[in-house]
Structures are given as structure tokens and as C-alpha cells.
Design a protein around this ligand. Sequence first.
Ligand SMILES: [Ca+2]
Length: 144
Amino acid sequence: MRTGKRWAAITGLATMAASAGLLLGTSPASADINCKSGYHCVFYAGLYDSARHSYFNNDTDFRNDTFNELTGRYGAGQTVHNNTWSFSNSSTSGYESHYYTGIGSDWGGHLLCVEPGSEVNSVHPDLRNRASSLRLMKNSGNCY
Ligand SMILES: [Ca+2]
């Protein structure tokens, strides 16, 4: 019986360690720069100096969204549509953020994408001020 009890204690510890490892492994990878865990964030200008809007899911039209977070910063209250310079992805379920120049669910004009746990600070000038919609996808590759 003594052996059995000891085994139970060991498996209990192993389970705790696995849980702790899971939590530790998830937080740093998913919480990215200036973007709350689980969200896909866009910024009016730089990641560190401008206002933000956070998306939790697909959004087919940025015209009805504003930079309504971190409002003490540059760009607060501006419309998101054709106004984005920086992007940050804090997805907790492995979704890439795909941005399009088109409006609507036909997803026309793929602009750029950002991997979970990654970000782009002041994207290349050719890609600035052009995002109009966001779609969450998995495993497309070739993202920031
Ligand atoms: Ca919208």
C-alpha cells in the first residue's frame, strides 16, 4: 500500500507540473506587444505611441471602427479604415491576423498577415493606411 500511495503522490505532482507548464508556456507566446491576450490589434501609427483598436474575431468593415483604446495617444478617435500603420497579434488559439484592402466577406486584396505572438511596428510604407477588413486564419505561412 505504501508504494501505491507514493505513486499517487508522484502522479499528482506530475499533473500539477504539467498544468503549470501549460500556463507558463501559453502566456508569453500569446501576450504580444500592446495587445491584450486573445485579441488582434491595429494601431494608428507606432505600437508604442499611438491609439489602438482590438478585434476579437473577423471584421468585414473597418469603416465603423475607431481607435478607441490607449486614447491618450496619437490618433485616438480616428477611423480604423485605411488608417493603420502597426499590427499586433495576441491570439491564444493559433489564429493569424489577415488584413485585406477590400470591404466585405469576399476578402479581396490580401494586404498582409501577422503570426500569433508576433507584431509589425510601422509597416513598410507601401502597406500603410490600406487595411479595411480582418480575417482570422490558420497555417497560411508567410506572415510577419
Ligand atoms: Ca467593423
